[in-house]
Design a protein around this ligand. Structure first.
Ligand code: HSE
Length: 307
């Protein structure tokens, strides 16, 4: 037996300012390639990793951990070999670990004739994601699997809601080439927050979700505010306030940290404005020795796909 599948796993933006750990959206073009082979020999093996240094041991590789979770639940007679071609650097803030975690279970599920639905695949992938960030959350996993914007209402049991994508919404990303470990970016967050901050944050999140449903760009602009996480994490990103100011001057609806950083995202109405934000982002680190990458993306409403 040598049945194989090649897939593209997209990068994603988690949190989307006010939706820490619950809201996310899917990017286009940028992502990982994976090849999964179904073989006679039982067990899971990672046979190739390109693009960055990651462990081959399936107990410590996020793609291996999620694959094993699904394998142990289903107990198929066959085995699987996984090749990972990383297009998303670990620690970049655009869902690198989520892409690995999602890709292996999605590929195996396709080869086995889809015994599991998207929600169940997200649950297996969450086991892999937890290895990278030392906590379970699905705000990168869900948009990678479902596409578009997703809201994770609950993780045990998983309850995922797809939120519509306004047609003219575009994202601009700046990725300064420094690494921030999600586990460390989570460790600096307060364990408790004042009720008045919680009130403001959930008002913004509810309003943002309504604005996405109604394509109300002005309400998106008023709601893309994070008063709980951004104040603690922005110190990890060099020139954070200046870069955000550049995005807003260029006409973005809002700008915040992508996931746990160091990438930042801006959302804009129309591709021309998103491109203008990119132009302003490009010079952001010109007077430093920090390299950065910038790109414009439509919101990818398809999610993970077979090539
Ligand atoms: N919601 C997560 C965080 C995303 O911000 O820590 C990163 O994995």
């Amino acid at each position: 037996m040598n049945n194989k599948i090649q897939i593209f796993v997209p990068a994603t933006v988690a949190n989307v300012a006010c939706g820490f750990d619950v809201l996310g959206f899917c990017l286009d073009q940028i992502g990982d390639g994976m090849l999964i082979r179904q073989v006679d020999t039982p067990g899971i093996r990672i046979t190739k990793i390109q693009g960055c240094e990651l462990p081959y041991d399936i107990e410590s590789n996020v793609a291996g951990v999620s694959a094993k979770a699904m394998y142990d639940a289903l107990k198929p007679k066959c085995g699987f070999e996984i090749e990972i071609h990383k297009g998303i650097k670990p620690g970049s803030g655009i869902g690198s670990s989520a892409a690995s975690a999602v890709g292996s279970v999605f590929g195996m599920n396709e080869l086995l004739g889809r015994p599991y639905d998207k929600r169940e695949l997200t649950a297996f992938a969450m086991k892999g994601e937890a290895v990278a960030s030392k906590s379970e959350h699905a705000d990168n996993l869900a948009p990678a699997i479902y596409g578009g914007f997703t809201m994770v209402r609950n993780i045990h049991p998983l309850d995922i809601i797809q939120v519509p994508t306004p047609r003219d919404l575009f994202a601009t990303i700046i990725y300064p080439q420094i690494e921030i470990k999600t586990s460390e970016a989570r460790a600096i967050l307060p364990k408790q927050i004042p009720i008045k901050d919680a009130i403001q944050q959930w008002a913004n999140l509810g309003s943002l979700v309504h604005a996405l449903h109604t394509s109300d760009y002005e309400l998106i602009q008023r709601s893309l505010i994070d008063i709980i996480v951004e104040p603690h994490r922005k110190q990890l990103i060099p020139k954070y306030d200046q870069i955000k100011a550049r995005a807003m001057e260029a006409g973005a609806l809002g700008c915040s940290i992508s996931g746990s950083g160091p990438s930042m995202f801006a959302l804009s109405k129309g591709e021309a404005t998103a491109q203008h934000v990119k132009d302003r982002f490009e010079q952001a680190y010109a007077d430093t020795d920090i390299e950065s990458q910038t790109f414009v993306s439509r919101i990818n409403t398809q999610g993970i796909k077979i090539l």
